[in-house]
Design a protein around this ligand. Structure first.
Ligand code: A2R
Length: 341
């Protein structure tokens, strides 16, 4: 059986029957200034970024077809099922987020990572062409730049790609599959290259949600010490809600074939994140180095140059880091409370 995607029309209406669905009539917002409304398909909609993107598109009044292996069972490696979905739902634009996102885990699963990210992207682009989808946004990663020398900061899109992890190599491949679709088939593809993003719903694989989780757990247990790993690396963090806004702007205003860094243009030390979290804690806390959490730091500073996306789309990050961290901590508190209940 071919898996069916859920289609959400506006924020409140949902239908399971794609072929019979009426074209969108109601949109999420009516008060904002006029803007282009799109019929959008999101792959990987069940993931961290997918959830935020779906909410953002619905808020913008778009019609959203959400698909994800973890929710409707559609695997992007099943090209025939993918094409069937594209033909039945006829999206105008596709946000291709599905894929293997675990950088550390990719060392154990290089083949599966490569297939999900490179072959998966190939399938999505093919299905989009076959179904006449107008635009596709592919999501790469700043990991493709690898170990960047201080002299090359801030990183522009023109820097040579030097992937270190299997994940990064799979993203380089996916990015070149997308470039080939533009150069070889004249397909309208825009390629996003996001740096670190943060926000509610993120898993503990990443340093900020892991820190937020430890602070929230300490609050519940009355514990005052927060165990930390390396605090010195500096990273370019953007709130996931700003990232998904960038994605919609890229689909609307990005240039065909172009690649865009999605980043804040500011590098923040992990130390600063940790200090902000403990300053927000309900009880006094201190940071304590834990040798078990220390990992070799390959890249002391990662900092992106966002001038291209700013110039072409007018995007700029809007959510202050402090706000992001507060929302992350509240998210962890809520999740711990509901796990406790
Ligand atoms: O691995 P699962 O079963 O949790 O589902 C993930 C889904 N996914 C797939 N869906 C269909 N066919 C596949 N072969 C396939 N492989 C993975 O994509 C998951 O629900 C979603 C990815 O979500 P996250 O792992 O939470 O990643 P996140 O942070 O939302 O990143 C979105 C994109 C990825 O391309 C990242 O590499 C990039 O942004 O940074």
């Amino acid at each position: 059986m071919v898996p069916r995607a859920s289609q959400r029309i506006g924020p409140h209406v949902r239908t399971e029957d794609l072929p019979c669905s009426p074209r969108v009539i109601r949109h999420g917002r009516t008060t904002d200034k006029p803007h282009r409304v799109m019929k959008a398909l999101i792959t990987g909609a069940g993931g961290f970024v997918g959830h935020h993107l779906e909410r953002h598109l619905l808020d913008a009044g778009d019609e959203v077809i959400a698909t994800d292996r973890s929710t409707d069972g559609l695997d992007i490696l099943d090209a025939a099922a993918l094409l069937d979905l594209f033909r039945r739902s006829r999206p105008e634009v596709v946000y291709h987020l599905a894929g293997a996102s675990d950088v550390g885990g990719s060392w154990q699963t290089p083949q599966a990572t490569f297939r999900a990210n490179a072959e998966g992207t190939l399938n999505v682009l093919w299905a989009a062409r076959e179904a006449g989808t107008e635009r596709v946004l592919t999501i790469g990663s700043a990991d493709v730049y690898g170990k960047v020398a201080a002299a090359d900061l801030p990183i522009t899109e023109d820097l040579a790609l030097r992937p270190v992890s299997p994940y990064a190599a799979s993203k380089v491949s996916a990015d070149y599959v997308a470039l080939q679709a533009f150069l070889g088939y004249d397909q309208f593809v825009v390629r996003a290259r996001p740096f670190n993003h943060l926000g509610p719903g993120q898993t503990d694989r990443f340093v900020a949600p892991a820190l937020a989780g430890r602070v929230a757990a300490n609050e519940l247990e009355g514990e005052n010490v927060v165990k930390v790993g390396n605090l010195s690396p500096k990273r370019d963090f953007t709130d996931v809600r700003d990232v998904v806004r960038a994605y919609r702007l890229l689909v609307d205003k990005g240039h065909a074939g172009q690649v865009y860094n999605v980043c804040s243009g500011t590098a923040i030390a992990v130390q600063e994140l940790a200090e902000q979290f403990i300053a927000m804690a309900a009880i006094p806390m201190t940071l304590e180095a834990d040798p078990d959490l220390q990992r070799p730091v390959d890249i002391p500073v990662l900092l992106g140059d966002n001038s291209r996306i700013v110039a072409d789309t007018g995007w700029a990050p809007e959510i202050a880091l402090h706000q992001t961290l507060e929302d992350l901590l509240d998210d962890r508190r809520r999740r711990l409370r509901s796990a406790d209940a």
